[in-house]
Design a protein around this ligand. Sequence first.
Ligand code: GRF
Length: 210
Amino acid sequence: MGDAAKELRVVVFASGSGSNFESLAAYEPPVRLWRVVALVTNRAGVGATVRADRLGIPVRVVPTAGRTAEEVSGATLSALSDLRADIVCLAGYLRLVPEAVIARFRGRIVNIHPALLPRFGGEGMYGIRIHRAVLEAGERVTGATVHHVTEEYDKGPVIDREEVPVLEGDTPESLARRVLRVEHRLYPRTLDLLVRDLSTNAASDLHIAK
Ligand code: GRF
């Protein structure tokens, strides 16, 4: 078997512009430990799918609208099984991840959040609202966090964070742009850390059960 067989298969979930998806998919590591093998989205035609097409990465649309939680859960698990996913990265995925998916991928499903968790996280804290809340609270420092996904929204163990200064005259939009640039280097770097950690913990077979 060649080296490629050892690369872990990463599936990214995104519903929006997909700039974090692209930062993961286009990452050129010093040593390749993982590779983005597919994009899963709940909405066809979003920015993330355009980026995936440009990068030649397959897209799976798993619609959530008008479906029961059980249907979404079954369709998501079956897509991940088909894709032989080892790791799931949420990157602006605007739907609740079914609990069965979280349970199946425990320790191997992560999310990026554009603030320093545990502050400015939880229900209702998404998009520009986060950066507005940071400015309203008079914070001097914000940042980005990559954390494990658990059943409790934004509460899973933190893997890594990077700080971003809040500057005089910042608007929610200027802050969002500066944090997003940091996210783009934090996410792939953190995935390297996670994958190294998984292999030193001798996870013998990370492929999900079929
Ligand atoms: C990012 O700020 C990410 O932290 C959050 O959603 C946003 C997604 O942006 N979870 P993009 O679609 O990756 O550009």
